[in-house]
Design a protein around this ligand. Structure first.
Ligand SMILES: [Zn+2]
Length: 132
């Protein structure tokens, strides 16, 4: 099953949560880093596919976004602490902003980010939702 192992490396990063793991201290970073801030030269980083599950570390409700995101306001932007150890900033979808709590368990989902102008290009990326 070599292909399943290799597979994710060929998928663009926006469809996967690819972070870096330091082989020296074991810390995980997202987005990817070149150098471990703890170990500097001593540390060696390797790509790691994050599982995309974690807990809400902190969050805020955005009521007055830029024009581009007006139609989806209010919405929740959170820092999620992944089970893998990294913290990432992401939007929380499929929820009432009032129901979101620190410590809620969340999982990654793929969602449309925007439809771009006349060429109709649609971008997708990862977001998170609260686990039921
Ligand atoms: Zn390190």
């Amino acid at each position: 099953m070599k292909d399943t192992v290799r597979g994710w490396r060929h998928i663009p990063q926006r469809y996967n949560l690819i972070g870096s793991k330091c082989l020296e201290c074991g810390k995980v970073f997202f987005p990817k880093r070149i150098i471990c801030p703890e170990c500097r030269r001593k540390g060696q980083l390797e790509d790691i596919k994050l599982r995309g599950e974690g807990k809400i570390y902190t969050y805020s409700i955005i009521n007055t976004p830029t024009d581009e995101f007006k139609t989806i306001a209010p919405y929740v932007v959170a820092i999620v602490e992944l089970d893998d150890g990294a913290k990432i900033t992401t939007q929380i979808v499929d929820c009432n902003p009032e129901d979101v709590k620190i410590g809620d368990e969340v999982e990654m989902v793929f969602r449309k980010i925007r439809e771009e102008g006349d060429d109709g290009v649609i971008s997708y990326g990862f977001k998170f939702r609260i686990k039921k």
